[in-house]
Design a protein around this ligand. Structure first.
Ligand code: NDP
Length: 438
């Protein structure tokens, strides 16, 4: 707090991890003597740079670009790039810190990083987005590499942006390497990468429900967001016969108590990915209820899957969900629940999975994309999907193994927050202790 007083999201993420490690750490004094925790919260490297570009009117615009390389203890730095006006160093440090733990859980050798810029792609032409991405890469390219640091997408960075950045990397570095994941299928991308975070989230929820002898079939699911993670979460949940009742963007929420149809899903994907429109247009087109400024948590559901952004689900929203009978919350976004909301879920003894476990499917398939690129291979959709499924099941096992709690009133026997944090910490800490104080 004293060193970085203006980074509340980073403090929030660190406090959550440290509080779930406290009892575990008592048994391992060497963690203290080796300064392990102090090293874990200090990025190995932070790069900050100017991103000048020219808009369609000929005006020079200047944004701020970042890459936070948090830890390479278990493998090359890996983590997405976010383009959103709210991006600052504190937000990226929280995301990079979470990424270290998430990547450790995937079972793959991946370190943690995060980056991006305070650039808002909304309302920009393709030409403006391309010029921005190219300018961003003129600095970024020096700091990344297939065996060093491999970025991917995140909020505001999808296939279009990855394509522009990868193209510029190739030109500047004069090499064709698997330096980005989330690439298009025609230039080294992996099957299932766009779907992976959402599919993985639903696979994880399936495992959570199994512990209660339940399935997704017939469950009312509230999803927030309408971007990459939300779209594929909705698709997979619908495939598993759930009734998906909400989706949203930063303007409002669409509510369909009967559940979205595949026709509505197709419309959503075209609306968001091609026309870059607002979800209110989906409500208009299909005559659905739309709440301007409303949140998905305002509507009754059995399962809540926040898939938009950090701190979008606060204590009041958590109370509303619990009062409405919600039995399971799993985070598709990174840290969408505030600390107060998580405490409410714990008190109510409902199933709750943190993002670092539940949304790790995206980075896991990114790891598989890196493996395919190194081997000069391309695996089939079925092959990647079954590996993704296996990884999500193994993350669930890791949470169960390290997060056992006495069965509470709802028969819940796993604290997924503790389980995820302890399992990931053991892997990273082992690697750090073996490599000395560096
Ligand atoms: P997208 O940019 O594709 O979609 C983001 C969605 O969230 C949009 O619907 C957007 O609405 C909404 N949103 C963004 N910021 C806000 C805000 N401040 N308030 C309300 N709504 C907001 O991003 P992704 O789907 O890729 O990412 C969503 C979340 O998932 C993020 O937390 C990300 O870190 C996390 N994540 C993503 C992974 C991936 O593979 N892409 C992997 C793991 C986690 P609007 O258009 O109005 O801004």
């Amino acid at each position: 707090h004293e060193r970085d007083p203006d980074q509340p999201e980073f403090h929030q993420a660190v406090e959550e991890v440290m509080s779930s490690l406290s009892s575990y750490l008592e048994a391992y004094p060497e963690c203290h003597s080796q300064g392990l925790l102090e090293r874990l919260v200090e990025p190995e490297r932070v790069i900050q740079f100017r991103v000048p570009w020219v808009d369609d009117e000929g005006n020079v615009q200047v944004n701020r670009g970042f890459r936070v390389q948090m830890s390479s203890a278990i493998g090359p730095y890996k983590g997405g790039l976010r383009f959103h006006p709210s991006v600052n160093l504190g937000v990226l440090k929280f995301l990079a810190f979470e990424q270290v733990f998430k990547n450790a859980l995937t079972t793959l050798p991946l370190g943690g990083a995060k980056g991006g810029a305070d650039f808002d792609p909304k309302g920009k032409s393709d030409g403006e987005v391309m010029r921005f991405c190219q300018s961003f890469m003129t600095e970024m390219y020096r700091h990344i590499g297939a065996d060093l640091d491999v970025p991917a997408g995140d909020i505001g960075v999808g296939p279009r942006e990855i394509g522009y950045m990868y193209g510029m990397y190739r030109k500047l570095a004069n090499e064709v390497a698997g330096v980005f994941t989330g690439k298009g299928l025609s230039y080294g991308g992996s099957c299932i990468r766009p779907e992976a975070t959402g599919y993985g989230l639903v696979y994880f929820v399936e495992e959570m429900l199994k512990t209660q002898e339940k399935t997704l079939n017939g469950m009312k699911v509230a999803v927030s967001g309408a971007g990459n993670v939300a779209q594929h979460t909705i698709y997979k949940a619908m495939e598993m016969e759930a009734t998906v009742v909400t989706l949203s963007d930063s303007d409002g929420t669409v509510y369909n108590p009967d559940g979205f149809t595949s026709e509505q899903w197709d419309f959503l994907v075209e609306l968001k990915n091609e026309r870059r429109g607002r979800v209110s247009e989906l409500a208009e087109k299909f005559d659905l209820e739309y709440g301007k400024g409303a949140k998905p948590w305002d509507f009754p559901c059995d399962i809540a899957l926040p898939c938009a952004t950090q701190n979008e689900l606060d204590e009041d929203a958590a109370k509303k969900l619990i009062d409405n009978g919600c039995i399971c919350v799993a985070e598709g976004a990174n840290m969408p629940s505030t600390a107060g909301a998580v405490e409410k879920f714990r008190q109510a003894d409902i199933l709750f999975a943190p993002g670092k476990a539940a949304n790790a499917g995206g980075v896991a398939v990114s790891g598989l994309e890196m493996a395919q690129n190194s081997m000069r291979q391309h695996w089939s959709e079925g092959e990647v999907d079954s590996k993704l499924h296996e990884i999500m099941v193994s993350i669930h096992h890791a949470c169960q193994r390290h997060g056992q709690v006495g069965k509470g009133s709802n028969n819940r026997s796993t604290d997924y927050v503790t389980g995820a944090n302890v399992a990931a910490f053991i892997k990273v800490a082992d690697a750090m202790l073996a490599q000395g104080v560096v």
